[in-house]
Write a protein that binds this ligand. Structure first.
Ligand SMILES: *[C@@H]1O[C@H](CO)[C@@H](O)[C@H](O)[C@H]1NC(C)=O
Ligand SMILES: *[C@@H]1O[C@H](CO)[C@@H](O)[C@H](O)[C@H]1NC(C)=O
Ligand SMILES: *[C@@H]1O[C@H](CO)[C@@H](O)[C@H](O)[C@H]1NC(C)=O
Length: 304
């Protein structure tokens, strides 16, 4: 066999290996995560469930939450927010993780059971492939019958290091970011947009039924506990008073004056961010509800 035959075969093989081992050069983007102060996790959040599976570390600046045979666990912010920038550096558990779901999300389902809003980042343990999946979703005003999911593979191994997962939510748009690269922008439409104050949640739970094709690849508790650590958390924006519903808004840092609600960097994506988002979506998005003609006879209006 000629040498160039061998080279062609090697190239073909290289394209078959898992996405995060591909040598991607990631686009350069503005680092929003550098702009906001880190909150203390232990004073900003309460334990929501699975208390014994929650540990605050480093003087409360980080938290590890665990899923074991007995329980998952979760944190909920003490305040509710009406718009802002929400971010966490997360390191996912290594090893076999099918059925494990790690979520960083905003919701007000506790307060509005029939017309709640939700903005979700969900990290789904791998099923057959040896890769975690990054999923986003949005519900507004109780639209729970219309899932608006999008799914991506990562351009890195999310179990090796901390990576930033961020949500920008203001009256202009909702933007999901991974390591500051926008992967999804949902523009505000008057008919469909999360527009009531929400709490911030960090959770880990058993999604065997939900996340793995009806329980095809359930959580294997031989590999438990599944521990996930949240660090460098940022929650900057408007804190909504529960009784008056009035929001008091703070600029990100008094010195920078950055305003995640109305600041020019936050009301629309820059050309650089759009280019980066196009890169991520072209290379790594493998599902969008907007392409799902099996599920939707008529696609939701924002898909046009
Ligand atoms: C995480 O995992 C270790 C065992 O591998 C365990 O000792 C620890 O308590 C776990 N849970 C948390 C919340 O850190
Ligand atoms: C730990 O946190 C408290 C506030 O919660 C702070 O006063 C103290 O200085 C911190 N200690 C260290 C070593 O950072
Ligand atoms: C939200 O839902 C409620 C009832 O479920 C409805 O009365 C209201 O008009 C809806 N609001 C918007 C903005 O769609």
């Amino acid at each position: 066999m000629a040498l160039w035959h061998l080279l062609i075969i090697l190239c073909l093989l290289a394209t078959l290996v898992s996405p995060h081992s591909r040598p991607f050069t990631t686009p350069t983007v503005t680092r929003f995560t550098d702009s906001f102060p880190h909150v203390k996790v232990d004073s900003t959040f309460s334990k929501a469930f699975g208390d014994s599976n929650i540990q605050f570390l480093n003087n409360g600046s980080m938290a590890t939450i665990a899923l074991d045979k007995i329980s998952g666990s979760g944190l909920v912010s003490k305040s509710r927010y009406y718009y802002g920038f929400f971010s966490a550096a997360i390191k996912l558990p290594a090893g076999l993780s099918s059925g494990v779901v790690v979520a960083f999300y905003l919701s007000n389902a506790d307060k509005f059971p029939h017309n709640h809003d939700e903005i979700d980042i969900e990290l789904l343990g791998h099923d057959k492939r040896n890769d975690w999946v990054f999923q986003t979703n949005i519900y507004a005003n109780g639209s729970v019958n219309t899932g608006r999911e999008e799914k991506f593979y990562f351009w890195f191994d999310p179990t090796q290091q901390y990576h930033y997962y961020s949500i920008l939510w203001n009256s202009y748009h909702t933007v999901f970011m991974v390591d500051n690269i926008p992967v999804r922008e949902f523009k505000h439409r008057s008919t469909f947009y999360p527009s009531k104050a929400m709490s911030v949640y960090c959770t880990i739970w058993d999604g065997s039924e939900w996340a793995t094709h009806g329980g095809k690849y359930p959580v294997n508790y031989k590999y438990a506990p599944f521990n996930v650590t949240f660090s460098e958390m940022e929650l900057s924006g408007c804190i909504s008073d529960p009784t008056t519903q009035v929001s008091s808004c703070s600029k990100a840092t008094p010195s920078s004056g950055l305003d995640p609600l109305n600041g020019p960097d936050f009301t629309k994506l820059s050309q650089q961010q759009i280019t980066a988002m196009d890169w991520a979506r072209r290379k790594l998005m493998f599902y969008s509800y907007c392409n799902d003609n099996t599920r939707f006879k008529v696609l939701p209006p924002e898909c046009n």
